[in-house]
Design a protein around this ligand. Structure first.
Ligand code: DGL
Length: 267
């Protein structure tokens, strides 16, 4: 019978974006055993149809849960969560935490009543986002922009590629150039890749704006769902599992080490 304290928390994304969710979770629960799963064979999710995401994500999560027996699964991806969260919950018999755009805190904090949602193309077109905007930001102008280029950029930066300020600047311009954009004071980072390049986004901002993401809230949610279940005395070496093992995975080793992940496996 395996030691229940060793049961990991599973983080799932299409690529490295979920590391922005793993980071705050490790900070809050330093002894947490971690399995980080990246569906890099399916990357990028943001350019897929809803049917493709629904056909892929619940089945993959099912295989991962069977192999690693996690205590909790975290869909550390806005695209997968806004499309497939209900299907994943239906497929798994463990608690599932989703990552959805932080529109509520953005609307609460906005003074100008113009907020931006920067995500993937797939996320920004979701009814899930319409509903969040209607529920929490009914008196706000909610600008949306999808940037596949910024997702690819975050992937490249974690593999050591040089900075290119034009990429974050273009992504922000996708919001700012819309009517009302010059008054936008809150930007929801509605793709988990984007907090990884948040400093660069901040540097590219032509006027003051606050960037928000769900990382800290998800960390608290994991702690809450874990309740009194024990953690090991110290975190074991984290595992990263990729749906395709290739040289671009090797280039991630230094970044993964920074998140306590030393072992790389294929699914
Ligand atoms: N990190 C993902 C998200 O939060 C998706 C990036 C992609 O694969 O397009 O939406």
């Amino acid at each position: 019978m395996p030691d229940p304290a060793q049961a990991p928390v599973l983080f799932f994304d299409s690529g490295v974006g979920g590391l922005s969710i793993l980071g705050p979770a490790r900070a809050l629960m330093p002894a947490m055993p971690v399995v980080y799963a990246a569906d890099n064979a399916g990357f990028p999710y943001g350019l897929k149809t809803d049917a493709e995401i629904n056909g892929r994500v619940p089945a993959l999560l099912g295989r991962l849960v069977e192999r690693y027996r996690p205590r909790i699964a975290v869909i550390a991806c806005n695209t997968a969560s806004t499309i497939a969260l209900a299907a994943v919950r239906a497929a798994l018999d463990i608690p599932v935490v989703g990552t959805v755009p932080a529109i509520k805190p953005a609307a609460l904090a906005s003074r100008s009543r113009v907020i931006g949602v920067l995500g993937t193309d797939a996320t920004v077109r979701q009814r899930y986002v319409d509903n969040l905007a209607a529920e929490h930001g009914a008196d706000c102008t909610v600008l949306r922009h999808g940037s596949a280029a910024l997702v690819a950029y975050a992937e490249a930066r974690l593999r050591g590629a040089p900075a290119d300020p034009a990429v974050p600047a273009d992504a922000l311009a996708g919001l700012i150039d819309q009517p009302g954009g010059e008054r936008m004071d809150q930007v929801v980072l509605a793709c988990t890749h984007f907090p990884l390049v948040q400093d660069e986004l901040r540097a590219a901002a032509p006027h003051p704006m606050t960037f928000l993401d769900g990382g800290a809230g998800i960390a608290r949610r994991i702690a809450y769902l874990n309740g009194e279940a024990p953690w090991p005395d110290a975190a074991p070496e984290g595992i990263a599992v990729f749906t395709r093992l290739d040289e671009s995975v090797d280039a991630l080793r230094p970044a993964l080490t920074g998140f306590g992940i030393g072992r790389i496996e294929g699914l």
